[in-house]
Design a protein around this ligand. Structure first.
Ligand code: GLN
Ligand code: ZN
Length: 762
């Protein structure tokens, strides 16, 4: 292959119009055949490759594409199939087994899903219990050949490296790590050997785990592993790829026996490390200089400066320009955004636009700065226009912590007494997390309304009708605290983005969140502030229909920030506090309107946690402050709830406590008892609901399972503090399965309530 100057790490799977999502869902619903699924997704995959080639990328990844998740792909490639999915009714179809592990079946619960490092992408956690790994199919070889045959592209196969793969999984003891690693290494080597035989040159092996706080022992294993891999495939050029932060053991990492290192120069301190410790003469550098995590255009003058600084240490022949991580985390192209404010649009760069930036920078690196001048000029003009019209010129509202009350006036014990008197809830109250099924009809009406085909009044009546229907359903099921259902929201962040100052929403800016689920993070371009009440109308209406309490429902400041694309040149923590102050106005409005329970969701709090522990305190301090800033001004008797997904409660126990929410609900059912052990070690005095069934799977749980989950929790958590709820919002579920599951949950709760009341009396 000729001289390589530019590369990418991964490309979005979902298609410009989310064709991927639609195809998968059709297959799951049984409306298309396997054949059709495979053909359509192949077209989407080839399109992505074609585009990267046309934009001028030299080294294009293959095998990064997935039908659900790349970690699950790796598991299946190595035959890691949880026992409960073996020999079941799925027969021998590996594709259906694949989807079953991800989504669950009637007989078997799905594998746990968790966030991919500090992103909102979720991967399926490998279960290594009694693993007997085998190579089932060399998917890298398959995709390499496909790209070559179909498009004449000499691709770069991508594989998740053994250390990261194992570290991201569960079902083995720390002490057995080395032994487990040894069972996988021969398989990794076999994959690489087959690629070598096929004539593959470059292979990207992803080891993002290298940016986390690995121990010395772990590092020793890494060294051994890569030594044996390097020895086995001398003709393959391995790119050891890291992202999301700078690597932790830099001096050791650069000595590993690989041909190239892929480093993130956007996040962390990679340039400083390079300057301090140098870079080996015998290696190439895949320099991640274009931010793969943000959609705002970079000032290419600065990026050029970064490349020049790198050249002080490494000669340009050994530098390959690429994004900081896979482009999976950004939407595909801004060209579809026909209605976006042109100045804001000018300041954006989605995946395809980033490809151009990369190709131009690579050209400049090889052939001189003249090649980039035009692109630099364009980026600067676009960003200046953005500053003049939307950001500078307006004074920024920075928050002086001394001036803002961010603490509730009374301690929890006093508040909870007043709340109990006010709310009069039974022991083990039942509730849901907020959203209820968004049927095709709900989505259709919203779309029509957005297009102007349905007048606002009619649309609002439709939403009211849904709320009314579901208030009745919730009452019939016997839930204690009701929700209005969030039918008016497409997305829990976008909804607020549309209503707060300082935000813009896109039309097609989708990114994959989990499986076929995509989200559309709003853009934050300037000062954020409150305009008008955002949720009051719906909450008040729903409350008017019932004597039970209906929770007010908001997305918290940390989640709004983490799930939006904030401009790089605005201080993040300022934005966070601005969002908090805006939400505080909303919460005060809800309280004024007689809403007595207000839930402020923070599902993204854990995911935003920096990858290096040393940075945790700063982040958590700001996160806790912002949450309190938003929620501190309510009466003692107003109950503040919060909700978190996949929170690794143990890691941030103290911060969760400091949020000072009266009630927290946490997702746990896919990780089962793991969370409960945290409570064995710590006493938590506030009220808490641990999700008692998994909502990410269409499977309806049995009463026994739910009772078992509740009982296990009650073994450590005092019954008076415990709430009963599903794991997360029910928006993506179908109506029938939701009603069935909630009925079972309430029945289970009632039975346990009886037992508990009995024993409390004794
Ligand atoms: N209230 C939101 C819902 O129920 C919470 C979603 C989430 O935690 N991601 O959909
Ligand atoms: Zn959740």
């Amino acid at each position: 292959m000729t001289h390589i100057t530019s590369s990418t790490i991964g490309y979005p799977r979902i298609g410009e119009q989310r064709e991927w999502k639609k195809t998968l869902e059709k297959y799951w619903n049984g409306t298309i055949s396997k054949q059709e699924l495979l053909e359509t997704t192949k077209e989407i995959r080839l399109n992505g490759l074609r585009k990267q080639k046309e934009k001028g990328i030299d080294l294009i990844p293959v095998g990064d594409f997935s039908l659900y998740d790349h970690v699950l792909d790796t598991s299946l490639m190595f035959g890691i199939i949880p026992q409960r999915f073996q020999n079941n009714s799925l027969g021998s179809s590996s594709l259906d087994t694949y989807f079953a592990i991800a989504r669950g079946t009637k007989e078997a619960y799905a594998s746990e899903m968790t966030k991919w490092f500090n992103t909102n992408y979720h991967y399926i956690v490998p279960e290594f219990d009694d693993a007997k790994p085998i190579l089932t199919e060399n998917r890298l070889l398959h995709f390499y050949k496909e790209a070559k045959e179909e498009l004449g592209i000499e691709g770069k196969p991508v594989i998740l490296g053994p250390i990261s793969f194992l570290k991201l999984g569960k079902g083995y003891k720390e002490a057995d790590f080395q032994a487990l690693l040894e069972t996988f290494l021969p398989l990794y080597i076999q994959v690489l050997k087959e690629l070598e035989t096929e004539g593959v040159t470059w292979v990207q092996i992803d080891e993002p785990i290298l940016v986390t706080d690995l121990s010395e022992t772990d590092f020793a294993y890494i060294k051994q592993a890569y030594e044996s891999i390097a020895k086995a495939v001398p003709n393959i050029k391995l790119i050891l790829q890291t992202y999301f932060e700078s690597v932790t053991h830099y001096e050791e990492v650069v000595k590993l026996p690989v041909a190239a290192l892929g480093l993130d120069f956007v996040h962390g301190k990679t340039l400083e490390l390079l300057q301090q410790f140098g870079f080996p003469q015998d290696k190439q550098l895949f320099a991640g200089v274009i931010d793969g995590r943000n959609v705002w255009r970079q000032d290419l003058e600065e990026t050029w400066g970064l490349l020049e600084a790198i050249q002080q240490i490494i000669d340009k022949e050994r530098i390959i320009v690429q994004p900081s991580c896979s482009l999976l985390h950004v939407p595909i192209t801004k060209h579809l955004e026909q209605t976006l404010d042109p100045i804001i649009k000018g300041g954006l760069s989605f995946a395809d636009e980033k490809l151009t930036e990369i190709a131009v920078l690579a050209d400049g690196l090889q052939n001189g700065k003249e090649k980039v001048l035009e692109e630099i000029h364009e980026s600067k003009t676009a960003l200046q226009a953005l500053n003049q019209s939307h950001y500078r010129g307006k004074s920024r509202q920075t928050v002086d912590r001394h001036e803002w009350q961010a603490e509730r006036p009374a301690p929890f014990q006093q508040r909870i007494e007043e709340q109990r008197t006010e709310l009069q809830l039974p022991l083990l109250p039942t509730t849901t997390i907020g959203s209820l099924p968004q049927t095709a009809e709900v989505r259709k009406q919203r779309l029509k309304w957005r297009r102007g085909d349905v007048p606002t009044q009619e649309y609002e009546q439709f939403i009211q009708k849904e709320m009314k229907k579901w208030i009745k359903i919730q009452e019939d099921i016997g839930l204690d605290v009701l929700v209005h259902g969030e039918f008016e929201r497409t997305d829990m962040v976008e909804y607020f983005g549309e209503k707060l100052n300082g935000f813009q929403v896109t039309k097609y800016g989708w990114v994959q969140s989990y499986g076929s689920r995509c989200v559309k993070p709003p853009l934050i371009f300037g000062d954020v502030s409150f305009q008008n009440p955002m949720t009051v109308k719906e909450s008040v209406y729903a409350q008017s229909l019932t004597d039970k309490h209906v929770k007010g429902m908001l997305t918290g400041p940390v989640t709004i920030l983490n799930w939006s694309f904030v401009r790089d040149d605005i201080p993040e923590f300022d934005v966070l506090n601005q969002i908090a102050i805006a939400l505080r106005s909303e919460i005060e409005e809800l309280e004024k309107n007689n809403i007595k329970i207000i839930q402020v969701d923070e599902p993204a709090l854990r995911e935003g946690l920096p990858l290096k522990k040393a940075d945790w305190n700063t982040y958590l301090d700001h996160a806790v402050y912002a949450f309190r800033l938003a929620t501190a001004t309510v009466k003692n008797s107003t109950q503040i709830h919060t909700h978190m997904c996949y929170s690794s409660f143990g890691d941030i126990y103290d911060a969760i406590n400091r949020l000072d929410a009266d009630v927290i609900s946490i997702e746990t059912s896919r990780s089962h008892g793991e969370l409960i052990s945290t409570f064995e070690e710590n006493t938590y005095e506030k009220e808490i609901g641990l999700g008692v069934y998994d909502i990410h799977s269409p499977r309806v749980p049995t009463k026994e399972e739910i009772k078992h989950n509740i009982q296990r929790a009650l073994a450590t958590i005092p019954v008076k503090q415990f709430w009963i709820n599903p794991d997360c919002g029910l928006k993506t579920r179908k109506e029938e399965e939701t009603i069935a599951a909630l009925e079972i949950m309430v029945e289970a709760a009632k039975e346990i309530r009886e037992e508990q009341l009995h024993s409390l009396e004794k």
